[in-house]
Design a protein around this ligand. Structure first.
Ligand code: HEC
Length: 151
């Protein structure tokens, strides 16, 4: 009986640890390198995010959100867009109240749908792939984007 309990608590601890869902660490690393090499902090800022502002998500106090040129072109394309085009990338820097960077989150629209990744301030991937923690909360967004709607 004790053994059974012990085995099931191991299983529970394992399940909790693996909830982080870093399913594609290498892919996440190369995506971060790509957006950093592209100087994402010099991209256009998302509509409504012209400056750092308080976050309405639970994972940071304040955020800055940047969009690549595919998203900028889509935003300028006028009303009626049903989904964000393949190639869209949105990057969110999350800061503490003290102004310390604490996370970087990236969404990239691929042929198969959105690819998700979140990193700590050192760029270590914590989540990657299509973690349900990301998709469940973002499902209510505009084709999964929470900060601003489709045009
Ligand atoms: C509990 C809800 C919630 C969860 C979980 C969540 N997000 Fe978000 N996310 C938001 C909200 C709300 C915003 C809008 C900006 C803000 O207020 O921070 C956002 C914004 C973003 C943005 C900027 C583009 C956009 O959609 O607005 C990215 C990129 C992002 N999240 C990535 C992720 C990733 C990657 C994960 C999983 C590791 C994740 N999010 C988990 C709520 C969530």
């Amino acid at each position: 009986m004790l053994d059974v309990l012990r085995a099931s608590s191991f299983a529970l601890v394992f399940a909790l640890l693996s909830c982080r869902q870093n399913d594609d660490p290498e892919g996440a690393e190369s995506l971060l390198e790509q957006v950093q090499a592209d100087g994402y902090r010099s991209w256009a800022r998302a509509p409504g995010y012209e400056a750092r502002r308080a976050s309405s998500a639970p994972h940071s106090d304040a955020v800055e959100i940047f969009v690549n040129d595919v998203v900028s072109t889509a935003l300028a394309s006028g009303p009626g867009l049903a989904e964000w085009p393949v190639g869209s990338i949105v990057v969110k820097d999350g800061y503490t109240d003290d102004g310390e960077l604490e996370l970087v989150a990236v969404m990239e629209k691929r042929d198969a749908g959105w690819y998700w990744a979140e990193y700590d301030a050192d760029g270590t991937a914590l989540y990657s792939g299509a973690p349900s923690i990301c998709t469940d909360c973002h499902e209510s967004g505009s084709d999964f984007v929470r900060a601003f709607p489709l045009p």
